[in-house]
Structures are given as structure tokens and as C-alpha cells.
Design a protein around this ligand. Structure first.
Ligand code: AMP
Ligand code: MG
Length: 580
């Protein structure tokens, strides 16, 4: 599908009017039964909060969520019953989190999300209110928990209605910088979109999403964030590898935040069911809230919107490739309209370089292998275009296809820029694509570790490279050096580095170590932390959190844990599946 350049990787290669801070309990049938669960019912505090929000808060007295922007603009399902069903003519259904029954423990929080995004002092994590909020035990004033109705193409085929089957959008928080963040609980119980699911998530998958979404942020990749992870003693039954071995696991919930949780599937379901007025309403809402550079009065605004999604999706996938990240389930319901990484499932960071790397053991056809992500991006954008088509006139349709055609070129341009930077190259040279492709081919042939090969190229000096004097600890470069063409590549690389204007070797190494991570969340690291977490030892979760906040900085604790060493032998057979 994509035009072939020289980069081999590419080849293989998402009623109720609620005034701010006030609940309309009477209008939500279900809410009445939950009213005793509401946090902070002291209404006298309601109006004061905003201007006092300059400092970080260590209690929830002044902290408010609002669901108003959704409910005032987008239709909500009139049926309040929380039963699995086909839903129509709305964007959301009101659905309340189902509190855990036993043994709720706070595993971890992201200090940065609490403090920088939610204006909360990290000490708030010690409070019972916090535990109630992040486990779905209580609902804050101003929040009308919602489950979003969306559809999607799963593994290439239209799957019909999907929706938030185990997630609750508990409201929008507007922080001290005026940023609007949507808060969502995941694993918090059934909704009308739960289909055959139990509405729950288990510790292993919740921990992986918690750690990885934060890690991706620190790698500089657009992503949802995660504020907290709680585990309970409630039983959740899972057949982890779909082989009939059903095991008891513990239910967990993460509180995750994003500027928006709308997906390609959010629009697709409306187009598929012919709800075009509603599709226009949703699109206008998304554009108004999240695409400030698109002119709302322009009759070509949907085209303009599409152009931006195309460019940003290409950018996102190029960024994934630059860190060896495979999402694992690139269905249209998992592709954000804001082009951020969402819905972490059986993802993986590629270790030995392999364009056929598939992190998800349930992906038999290897559809979502790492080398196919760019193609899948195109497929998903085409599905977005199909959803937009009924809203476009003939001229606009034609232009939209031209925009889509530009995807590959934009992707390759970004890919090349990112890999040029990974190699410390300044400016542009005709042979850069070749130099990049050549190196990736050597990596593929020698199965060298993707992350550490780039990292070690960042740490080694040009003099050492010239002599092929590779220090012992540079194990990934030793693997590369087994290739008879490595010295040819090095010669080419050194020649190219000489063309860097105004550079020095120390400057090059500083630049490169600033963008080539030393630590990524390898499956074995997550697995090792999980094994301890299963017996309530969360020390390794906390270690990983801290290490992955600074992926470019050599850290003694990380070195001691072996995070920059060859993956342990036991990790070879690790598997991750869709079961979560
Ligand atoms: P995912 O693969 O996690 O992106 O989920 C695909 C669809 O299945 C979404 O509509 C999810 O809400 C739904 N889903 C996944 N797991 C569950 C579950 N345990 N209970 C209810 N719905 C689920
Ligand atoms: Mg999903």
C-alpha cells in the first residue's frame, strides 16, 4: 500500500444539563441509588474553587470535575438502565462505576499527572477520598459518569457497536493552565457496551498500561497518561492465552487522562448507522474543542480536520517506529482522533530488530506486526475518510482522497527525520535514507537489539568506531559487528558525520543520548515487576516508574536491575495476549 523507499522496516514494515459543580440527581435514575456515594456534598464550596486553584491541592474540598461540556452539546442515551444493548442516536450513555467489594490497595500514582495535570499535591494519595475516586467507589460533584458509544474495524472487518465496555468517563478537569483533561476509569464495571465482558480489567494489563503510557510520555510520544493504579481482592476470571485454562485474577482500575478519548470509531458508528446529523454535531464538537487552528465557519472544515488527522497519525506512527513500539491492536476503535497513543493492550517494544515483530500472540495473521503499522495507519485513515464521506460534497471528496494520498510521503519524511536524528546527522544528505536502511538491514541480519544499538552508537566515540574498538559493555554493537558489512556501514557513517556543520563528537553524543533511550519498558521488565506485584510487593513497579521517567539518563538503580543489559533468557518465551 505504501510507496517503497529504501527503508526496509517500512516494507515489512479515537436531557442532562449539569451546571458547573452541581449534580442533577433527579434526572439520573441510577444516580439516586448512588447519591450516598458522592464525595464532597458541601455545596457552599462550589463557586470558590477556581480562583484558589493556583496552588496544588492536598484535599478534594475545592477540586471539581465537570461533565457539562459533553452533556450540554452531545446527546445522551435516554435509557438509564445499565444493560447490554444496541444503543442509537446518542454519543454517551450514563453509566456508574461499580465499586470493588474487597481489599482495595493503591499500587502506584503518577506524581507528575497528579501535580502537573490535576493540580493535586501528591500527598492526596494518602486520603480515603482519593482511593474512593480512583477506584470508582464514589463520584465527585460535577461528574456524570458516561460510557461512550463507538464502533470500529477490528482486524480489518467492521465490528459494529463496541463502546466503553469497561471504562467510565468521569468528567473533565480544567487545570490551572486552563488545559482541559478528560478523566476516565478503566476496569470500573459494566456499561451498556460491555457485550459479553465483565467490565473489569486485571492487574497485569492495568499495570502494563499504567507504566507504559507514562513511559511513552517521557519518551516524547503523544499518549494518554495514567494517574493511578489500584488493585482489589475482587475475583476476575480470565483465560489469558485463550487455551481453556481459566484462572482467577484480581480486578484492577486505572485512572487515565487524555485531552480527548474520541476515536476514529466514534465517527464510524454514526456514519454506519446513518446518523449524519449527529456525526456533524460530534465532529463540530471535536473540532471546536481540540482543533483550534481549524476555522469553524469554513465550509471546508471537515477537510481541514481530516488533513490534520492524516498528518498527525503519520507523525505518531513514525514516532512509534523510532522507539520500536508496536501497539499490538491497531483497530480503528483504538486510534485516537487526536492522534495520541491510546488503549494499551498487548503492546511491545521490539528487542532484536525484526520488522515482523508481533507483540500480540493472539494476532495469528501478524496483521499488526511492527513493520505493518504504517500501512495500518493508512487503512485506518481510509476508514475515517469513509466515515466522513457522506458529509462531503464531490469536490471535497476528491480533495480528501488527495490528502490521504499524501500520507505515505508525510510518513516517510517524518520517519527519515527521526532516524536521521537518531544517528546524530545534521542537515540533509541524499544518501541518508540509504544509510538508515543499511543499518536497519544489518540489525535485521544480526538480530541486534534495536534500542541498545542506537543507544550505544550514541555513547561510543567516533575514534572507537573508526578502529572498530568496541568496548565490552556495548553488547548490541558487538552483535552488529558480527556482520561482515558493518565496517562498510561505519565508514559511510563516519564520512556522513564529517558533513555535520558546526558539530563535534561530544555534541553529537550529547544530542544522540538525549533522543536514543537507554531504558524502555521491555516485556520482561513488566513481567518481573508483575510477579512481585501479584504478591503485593510493588517495589519494582515503583522502580520502573522512576527509571522510565528519565529514559535517556543512565541511572544506577536501573543499571543494577539490569535494565540496559541483554534481556534474560527466561524472557524469550514471554507472551502477551489480548486477554486483559
Ligand atoms: P480493547 O481491545 O481493550 O480495545 O477492547 C475492545 C472492545 O471490547 C471495547 O469496546 C472494550 O470496551 C471491550 N472490552 C474489552 N474488555 C472488556 C471487558 N472485560 N468487559 C467489557 N468490555 C470489554
Ligand atoms: Mg480499545
Amino acid at each position: 500500500m505504501l510507496r517503497h523507499h529504501v527503508v526496509p522496516l517500512l516494507l515489512h514494515c479515537v436531557v442532562l444539563i449539569c451546571q458547573t459543580g452541581c449534580y442533577l440527581l433527579d434526572s439520573i435514575g441510577a444516580a439516586e441509588s448512588f447519591s450516598h456515594l458522592h464525595l464532597f456534598s458541601n455545596k457552599s464550596n462550589l463557586d470558590q474553587g477556581y480562583c484558589e486553584r493556583k496552588r496544588k491541592m492536598n484535599s478534594f474540598r475545592m477540586w471539581r470535575l465537570s461533565s457539562e461540556s459533553f452533556i450540554a452539546t452531545l446527546p445522551v442515551d435516554p435509557i438509564r438502565e445499565n444493560s447490554v444493548r444496541k444503543v442509537r442516536d446518542c454519543i454517551f450513555s450514563v453509566a456508574y462505576p461499580a465499586p470493588f467489594k474487597s481489599g482495595i490497595v493503591l499500587v502506584a500514582v503518577s506524581k507528575d499527572v497528579l501535580e502537573d495535570i490535576l493540580d493535586l499535591d501528591v500527598s492526596v494519595k494518602e486520603t480515603d477520598d482519593f482511593l474512593q475516586l480512583v477506584s470508582g467507589g464514589k463520584v465527585v460533584l460535577g461528574s456524570v459518569p458516561l460510557a461512550h458509544r463507538y464502533g470500529g474495524h477490528q482486524f480489518g472487518s467492521w465490528a459494529g457497536q463496541l463502546g466503553d465496555g469497561r471504562a467510565h468517563l468521569i468528567g473533565v478537569y480544567t487545570n490551572r493552565y486552563g488545559e482541559r483533561w478528560e478523566l476516565q476509569l478503566k476496569g470500573s464495571g459494566k456499561t451498556p457496551y460491555s457485550r459479553n465482558g465483565d467490565g473489569r480489567a486485571v492487574l497485569r494489563s492495568s499495570m502494563r498500561e499504567f507504566l507504559c503510557s507514562e513511559a511513552m510520555h517521557y519518551l516524547g510520544i503523544p499518549t494518554s497518561r495514567a494517574a493511578s493504579l489500584v488493585v482489589s481482592d475482587d475475583d476476575v476470571w480470565r483465560d489469558q492465552f485463550y487455551n481453556g485454562s481459566i484462572k482467577k485474577e484480581r480486578g484492577a482500575v486505572i485512572l487515565r487522562v487524555a485531552k480527548s478519548w474520541f476515536r476514529i470509531g466514534s465517527l464510524e458508528i454514526l456514519a454506519h448507522s446513518g446518523e449524519l446529523d449527529l456525526e456533524r454535531t460530534l465532529l463540530d464538537f471535536v473540532i471546536q474543542e481540540h482543533f483550534p487552528s481549524v476555522n469553524m465557519n469554513d465550509s471546508d472544515r471537515y477537510l481541514d480536520f481530516f488533513l490534520r488527522v492524516v498528518l498527525e497519525t503519520a507523525n505518531l506512527i513514525a514516532l512509534w517506529m523510532s522507539v520500536g513500539f508496536a501497539h499490538g491492536v491497531c483497530n480503528t476503535d483504538n486510534f485516537s482522533l487526536l492522534s495520541i497513543t491510546i488503549d494499551y493492550g498487548p503492546f511491545g517494544f521490539m528487542e532484536s530488530y525484526d520488522p515482523n515483530f508481533v507483540p500480540n500472540t493472539s494476532d495469528d495473521e501478524r496483521r499488526y506486526k511492527i513493520g505493518n503499522q504504517a500501512n495500518v495507519g493508512m487503512f485506518n485513515l481510509n476508514k475515517l475518510l469513509q466515515a466522513l464521506k457522506p458529509l462531503l460534497d464531490p469536490r471535497q471528496k476528491q480533495l480528501a482522497f488527495q490528502i490521504l494520498d499524501g500520507y505515505s510521503e508525510h510518513y516517510y519524511t517524518r520517519f527519515t527525520e527521526l532516524f536521521r536524528a537518531k544517528l546524530g546527522l545534521l542537515g540533509e544528505s541524499e544518501d541518508d535514507n540509504y544509510l538508515i536502511a543499511f543499518l536497519l538491514r544489518l540489525m535485521e541480519d544480526t538480530k541486534a537489539d534495536f534500542t541498545m544499538a542506537f543507544r550505544q552508537l550514541s555513547e561510543i566515540t567516533q575514534d572507537q568506531l573508526k578502529e572498530l574498538h568496541i568496548p565490552q559493555e556495548f553488547w548490541a554493537l558487538h552483535d552488529l559487528n558480527k556482520h561482515r558489512s558493518f565496517s562498510d556501514w561505519v565508514t559511510m557513517y563516519l564520512l556522513r558525520l564529517r558533513r555535520n556543520i558546526g558539530d563535534s563528537d561530544s555534541k553529537r553524543r550529547k544530542r544522540m543520548t538525549g533522543i536514543n533511550a537507554r531504558y524502555v519498558l521491555r516485556n520482561w521488565m513488566a513481567e518481573s515487576a508483575l510477579q512481585k506485584a501479584e504478591v503485593n510487593d510493588f517495589s519494582e513497579v515503583h522502580l520502573l516508574q522512576e527509571v522510565l521517567r528519565h529514559p535517556f539518563l543512565r541511572q544506577s538503580a536501573a543499571e543494577k536491575a539490569g535494565y540496559s543489559l541483554r534481556p534474560p533468557v527466561w524472557a524469550k518465551d514471554l507472551k502477551v495476549s489480548c486477554s486483559s
